[in-house]
Design a protein around this ligand. Structure first.
Ligand SMILES: Cc1cc2nc3c(=O)[nH]c(=O)nc-3n(C[C@H](O)[C@H](O)[C@H](O)COP(=O)(O)O)c2cc1C
Length: 198
């Protein structure tokens, strides 16, 4: 499989990565998706199950339509379940022009074909590989976790060609960033103990 060349070390990519929510209209090169999937499937996998499968959705129009559909379902679902979503999130959801996929050109869904706990971990490890590889290629990504519950409704899975035995674990948008977001802060790592012996 052809893999794109990158000029960033892994550690540089880890430090440079941030969630990108603003994209240019430039489409991804055709080698990009295979390269990202190759990076994803190199993730560690418990008992070598390799539970992942991928759905690629490309095109701003289809993603805007999907966003609109998911927004309606999210609002209805949270109201019927009497959940208490954050006010800020709810205010965004009900704005007509708010696109939960931030006008990215591409959405990749990492799905799991088992419900074993470890398979979800495998999919998240694959997600991080994909995200870091994208960053090293100069691309922006953002996990769109809010979409996962709706993407897992049977009518949406049918529409997207996701077989019933698969569960969407990690929805990730990918595109060419139109700006460089500031790095979000992190607390210092909390070390509970540091045990050393000779
Ligand atoms: C499991 C998960 C779900 C997320 N879901 C969303 C989401 O639905 N929408 C969004 O804009 N960002 C989402 N994010 C991105 C986080 O908001 C972001 O990672 C966090 O604010 C830290 O910023 P950074 O990624 O730039 O370091 C999600 C991140 C994770 C790990």
């Amino acid at each position: 499989m052809a893999v794109l060349e990158v000029e960033m070390s892994l550690y540089e990519a880890i430090l440079a990565r941030r969630s990108v929510r603003s994209f240019t209209t430039q489409k991804l090169d055709k080698e990009t998706i295979p390269s990202l999937l190759e990076a994803a499937i190199r993730a560690p996998t418990a008992m070598h199950i390799e539970p992942w499968a991928f759905v690629i959705i490309q095109g701003k129009k289809i993603l805007k339509e999907l966003s609109d559909q998911i927004k309606v379902m999210l609002v209805t679902h949270t109201q019927s379940e009497q959940q208490q979503p954050s006010v800020k999130f709810f205010e965004q959801l009900i704005k007509q022009d708010f696109n939960i996929f931030y006008n990215a050109s591409t959405l990749i869904l990492i799905c799991s074909n088992t419900s074993l706990t470890a398979s979800e971990a495998d999919c998240w490890l694959a997600a991080e590989n994909l995200i870091l590889a994208a960053c090293a290629m100069g691309l922006g990504t953002c996990i769109i976790g809010c979409a996962a519950p709706v993407l897992n409704l049977s009518e949406i899975k049918t529409k997207l060609g996701i077989a019933s035995e698969f569960t969407v674990v990690a929805p990730i948008i990918v595109g060419h960033p139109s700006d460089t977001p500031v790095r979000s802060p992190r607390k210092h790592p909390k070390v509970l103990s540091n045990i050393q012996t000779n």
